[in-house]
Design a protein around this ligand. Structure first.
Ligand code: GTP
Ligand code: SPV
Ligand code: MN
Length: 589
């Protein structure tokens, strides 16, 4: 047995009694065991072994056609009191949820193997790390968890023999029936039940389910923060590194920003960017009073389409070995993979993400828009030396951002922490293919946490305000960015990607008191000439346009915020109500 922990053993026994697998396999994380599982998945067709010369250790997987993204409508927070889930979450009574899902799980692993996966979110040995155990009937889940987390015996060693402090995750593909698909979280029980899906965000329970929904609730209880944020380090020519954490909604540019390659103007001088994390940050106040962040993950579950040598060479390089591709195009001549935006040479002899013969000329996309790669962080050429530092890294700036065709300017800074919490709370963004449903619809997505906050969002805002009070003058400065403003033809105006570094430079200069700002009704903005555009084919006038604050659009937005805030009733912190009133007043002036 892999552990003597009685709490784990008892719980696994209960899950076995419920799901009735033919056998139970404990995952120790050894290469021998993993190779055996890879061979089984290959034999059953669950995973396709790719060209091992070009892509050593890489596999292709296709999900069911009805199972390609997170399902927010079927995701529930099952707190005992409905009020504790808040107006932005779906709620189910925990008793009802256990009963309803219990029926679906009943015997769901008959004829199958149950895999018991111990894993650690955060570096092994870090006081900030937390242990989870996921039981699943999917080899794909085991192999993804191996890449995304510190998986195996070491996680049980970290938990110890007595502790009951682990997140219990139960997953079964069951019949992949989308009418019986449920992703249920029981924050008060440290428990997650997920059934009838095989898509990453619904079934890699360490990721959004634990590291955001459960962890955000734990953070509220224990005085720390779990956020949907990338973490990057920006090194100057003197070798000093400053760290930035940034929250953008799903498929809005976190992985890209985390791995950005500085424009030549900066790289020539010796500036470098290092990746600590691309999706999730756990942040605590350190002994020195500053905010410190770790990345609880060990790999990247990144959006494939649009990833190429120009946009994100570091991500592309990360996928060259030991990577699992999901729902991309299969190039049959080379036994390799392809997706829209990789290059201009789609394979002629190929299968699309559904596994059907695909004609690139026929106009239909070959890869699913939410197709993904699961790549080990250690593959990333710009992975930070602090990636596994058990203490994490100190954060100088927090950046919020979304996809807004108009309204939000390229960058602005909040007046102070409290105003910064307001700026995060009013974030809005166009929806993307990362979740099932309509794409391109603007919705409010506070702190990019709308689908991921495990408790009442009014209390979440309150928690942000309290963290700011504790941090005092050591609090990171808070900014908002928008890479996605479009012109009248719908083209992005800002070049984005590596050139986003030009905006990060102003942000860090502000943190160090080295740059000027202009006061606007929404916050501090750079002077247009303080955004470096050397080597770009846009001019100062374009930057001025990108920074423009259209008061009429903002008044419309303020009306939208008022409506959104009304949902929270008396759970909306007074500070935020006052901030909204102050914004309206400044816009009317
Ligand atoms: P999740 O993994 O879903 O949380 O997404 P993410 O926030 O990590 O987004 P990612 O970096 O994978 O980018 C999603 C899409 O946005 C990709 O198709 C990118 O090519 C595109 N994108 C990223 N950064 C930029 C940018 O600066 N400008 C433009 N125009 N597009 C970008
Ligand atoms: C997101 O949707 O924000 C992701 C991918 O990072 S998933 O794991 O599906 O949530
Ligand atoms: Mn994400």
């Amino acid at each position: 047995m892999l552990t003597n922990n009685k709490n784990v053993l008892k719980w696994v026994d209960e899950m076995v009694a419920l799901t009735k697998p033919d056998q139970v396999v404990w995952i120790d994380g050894s290469e021998e065991q993993l190779n055996d599982l890879r061979a089984q998945a290959e034999a059953s067709g669950e995973m396709l072994k790719l060209n091992q010369e070009k892509l050593p250790g890489c596999y292709l997987h296709r999900t069911a056609v009805n199972d390609v993204a997170r399902v927010e409508g079927r995701t529930f927070i099952c707190s005992r009191k409905e009020e504790d889930a808040g107006p932005t979450n779906n709620w189910m009574d925990p008793k009802e949820a256990y009963a309803k899902l219990g029926e679906i799980f009943e015997g769901s692993m008959k004829g199958r193997t149950m895999y018991v996966i111990p894993y650690c979110m955060g570096p092994i040995g870090s006081p900030f790390s937390k242990v989870g155990v996921e039981v699943t009937d999917s080899i794909y889940v085991v192999l993804n968890m191996d890449i995304m987390t510190r998986m195996g015996k070491a996680a049980f060693d970290q938990l110890g023999d007595e502790s009951n402090d682990f997140v219990r995750g139960l997953h079964s593909k069951a019949e992949l029936d989308d009418q019986k698909r449920y992703i249920c979280h029981f924050p008060e029980d440290n428990t997650i039940w997920s059934v009838n899906s095989g898509y990453g965000g619904n079934v890699l329970l360490g990721k959004k389910c634990f590291a955001l929904r459960i962890a955000s609730y734990q953070g509220k209880q224990e005085g720390w923060m779990a956020e949907h944020m990338l973490i990057l380090g920006l090194e100057n020519p003197q070798g000093d590194v400053k760290y930035i954490a940034a929250a953008f909604p799903s498929a809005c540019g976190k992985t890209n920003l985390a791995m950005l390659i500085p424009p030549e103007f900066y790289s020539k001088q010796g500036y470098k960017v290092w990746t600590v994390g691309d999706d999730i940050a756990w942040m605590r106040i350190g002994d020195d009073g500053r905010l410190w962040a770790i990345n609880p993950e060990n790999g990247f579950f990144g959006v494939a389409p649009g990833t190429n040598v120009k946009s994100n060479p570091n991500a592309l390089e990360s996928t060259k070995k030991g990577t699992i591709f999901t729902n991309v195009v299969h190039d049959l001549d080379n036994n390799t993979v392809w997706w829209e935006g990789l290059d201009k040479n789609p394979p002629k002899n190929a299968l699309n993400w559904k596994g059907e013969k695909w004609d690139c000329e026929a106009g239909e996309k070959g890869a699913h828009p939410n197709s993904r790669f699961t790549a080990p962080a250690e593959n990333c050429p710009c992975i930070s030396s602090e990636f596994s530092n058990p203490q994490g890294v100190p954060i100088s700036a927090i950046v919020f951002g979304g996809r807004r065709a108009k309204t939000a300017p390229l960058v602005y800074q909040s007046y102070d922490w409290e105003h910064g919490v307001f700026v995060g709370s009013i974030m809005a963004s166009e929806t993307t293919a990362a979740a099932a449903g309509a794409v391109g619809v603007v919705r409010r997505d506070p702190m990019a946490m709308l689908p991921f906050c495990g408790y009442h969002m009014g209390d979440y805002f309150q928690h942000w305000l309290e963290m700011g009070r504790k941090l005092g003058d050591k609090a990171p400065k808070i900014f908002n960015v928008n890479w996605f403003r479009t012109d009248d033809e719908g083209h992005f105006i800002w070049p984005g990607f590596g050139d986003n570094m030009r905006v990060l430079m102003w942000i860090l200069d502000r943190c160090e008191g080295k740059a000027d700002a202009v006061e606007t009704p929404i916050g501090y903005e750079p002077k247009a000439e303080d955004i470096n555009i050397e080597g770009l084919d846009i001019d100062l006038g374009t930057v001025k346009g990108l920074l423009e604050v259209d008061k009429d659009l903002w008044k419309e937005d303020a009306a939208g915020i008022t409506e959104f805030y009304a949902k929270f009733g008396d759970k909306l912190p007074k500070e935020l109500k006052d901030q909204l009133a102050a914004l309206k007043e400044r816009l009317d002036k």
